[in-house]
Design a protein around this ligand. Structure first.
Ligand code: FRU
Length: 496
């Protein structure tokens, strides 16, 4: 068997198959003692086409197994051009997947199903549509989300309406077979969520998190011209089949996060995976032969103030390998804190003693210091600023600066800035204690080890306490040899 050179950008602790295109997480369900994570998958190339559902499962979120492709388009069938997104439920000894049947029409995809009686190893498509008729006025329609609540099954479908409103449409059923349309759970004309960003004229991949009489609708803001834009969340509560929303917000403040999906875990937690797309040119993607990854599994909770909080699933602490660095002190310039490998988990407590731009952390990924990712504190705005303009010496990688609201960053707050940063080769996930997150992709070209620096702002001082652990790869069993050939082997990391 030929061994392919390791790809330094392919993650080791984020789910994706060895090659080709993936997008949305799909079919998330806990069944037969396993977390099942399917995803939009093109088995033939690194571009969005031929959508199948790939499939992983895990008993513990740490050791994973790739199962055979779950859903494949049926030639001549209702899903002949793609098995688009949806979810799955565990119903006794069977799993039922609900998905969007794509045939010819790009935007309106009726709902169909497939069923597995062997714990997700093989799936039988129903061969016909479950909900053939679209409600009047739907110009875009797809991505069923099914859940069980108060003795019945419920389903949301994402939609754009002819009147310019986006909608999440509600259906109900007693048996998963006969579905009654109950009308829009929520519909809204585009509403602002951040400077220059709104909730969009269409919603894809609706997800509904609910606990103790309150809820949150997670929605992919979609535009007919521009496609997927961002993920927004409406907190609120339900009253008789209608969702009464509070003001919407961004679910993630980074540029590379979309179509998150929920998995209600058996212990009562809500887990979430998102899709992180590429931030590099198509030529780069063709060279790499793969595109897209799933974020870390995140625990999602509803805070008292209605906000949705995310943090990495507790299980991921088990991926921490040896401690790479421990550093505490104060600097008036730049302090070198130590080195990490290309997949690491870092926690930091920063105390700026300057107004304005108050310094922060720098991840230096080239020996000469020319390539780096900056996370700096904007004490005037009360935000963290993530700057990837210098994060790759490859001009085909995208740049940009992104802002994450962080009230502790305000000069007057008197509170330290605390953060957790998980980097896995070409993806960075930044988590704040408030539950806010920022996900972005970046493509360092420099060899490991990489350096972590603390940098004070102009004429100021920065106090810091930073710890980092190198990450172990997921224990992963691929379904085919293809996985073995291209499993990354970073800096002597053993293959599991
Ligand atoms: C979201 C999405 C879904 C659709 C799927 C197709 O990223 O556009 O609405 O079902 O991807 O791959």
């Amino acid at each position: 068997m030929s061994v392919m050179p390791a790809d330094p950008h392919r993650p080791v602790a984020h789910l994706r198959p060895p090659r080709n295109w993936i997008n949305d997480p799909n079919g998330l369900a806990f069944h037969d003692g396993h977390y099942h994570v399917c995803f939009q998958y093109n088995p033939y190339g690194p571009e969005h086409a031929n959508m199948h559902w790939g499939h992983f499962r895990s008993p513990d979120l740490i050791s994973w197994e790739e199962l055979p492709v779950a859903l494949t388009p049926t030639p001549g069938g209702e899903d002949a051009d793609g098995c688009f997104s949806g979810n799955a439920v565990s119903d006794g000894d069977r799993m039922v997947a609900f998905y969007s049947a794509f045939r010819t029409d790009r935007w309106a995809q009726p709902v169909t199903t497939a069923e597995s009686r062997d714990n997700g190893v093989t799936w039988t498509p129903r061969g016909s549509l479950l909900i053939p008729e679209l409600p009047e006025g739907a110009t875009m329609y797809r991505d069923p989300y099914v859940w069980r609540e108060a003795g019945r099954w419920r389903m949301l479908v994402g939609s754009a309406q002819a009147d310019g409103r986006a909608a999440a449409l509600l259906y109900e059923s007693g048996d998963l077979e006969r579905w009654e349309y109950r009308g829009p759970f929520l519909d809204r004309a585009p509403q602002p969520v951040a400077p220059g960003a709104d909730t969009g004229p269409g919603w894809e991949c609706p997800q509904y998190l609910h606990a103790d009489g309150r809820g949150a609708l997670l929605l992919g803001a979609w535009d007919p011209e521009l496609g997927p834009r961002r993920t927004v969340v409406y907190p609120g509560r339900e009253q008789d089949g209608r969702f009464l929303p509070d003001a919407p917000a961004l679910l993630d403040h980074g540029p590379d996060f979309y179509a998150p999906a929920l998995l209600p875990a058996p212990d009562g937690r809500w887990l979430l995976w998102g899709w992180s797309w590429e931030a590099r040119d198509a030529a780069c993607v063709r060279e790499a032969g793969w595109a897209g990854l799933l974020t870390l599994p995140r625990e999602v909770t509803l805070a008292e103030d209605g906000s949705v909080r995310q943090r990495p699933a507790a299980e991921l602490l088990a991926l921490r390998d040896e401690r790479a660095l421990t550093a505490a002190g104060e600097t008036a310039g730049t302090a070198e804190l130590g080195t990490v490998r290309s997949s690491f988990d870092l926690t930091a407590r920063l105390e700026p003693r300057a107004a304005g731009t108050a310094g922060g952390l720098r991840l230096v990924t080239s020996a000469d210091g020319a390539e780096y990712l900056d996370i700096s504190i904007d004490a005037a705005a009360g935000e963290l600023v993530v700057d990837r303009d210098h994060a790759s010496l490859d001009p085909r990688a995208h740049g940009g600066t992104y802002r994450l609201p962080c009230p502790e960053a305000r000069a007057a707050s008197g509170a330290p800035v605390e953060l957790r940063l998980v980097v896995d080769r070409s993806v960075a996930e930044l988590y704040l204690p408030s539950g806010r997150t920022l996900t972005l992709r970046f493509y360092p070209t420099g060899d490991t080890p990489w350096r972590i620096e603390a940098r004070a702002g102009d004429e100021g001082r920065l106090g810091y306490a930073v710890g980092a652990w190198n990450l172990r790869p997921y224990a992963m069993r691929y379904a085919t040899d293809a996985g073995a050939e291209s499993t990354p082997t970073d800096a002597g990391l053993a293959r599991h």
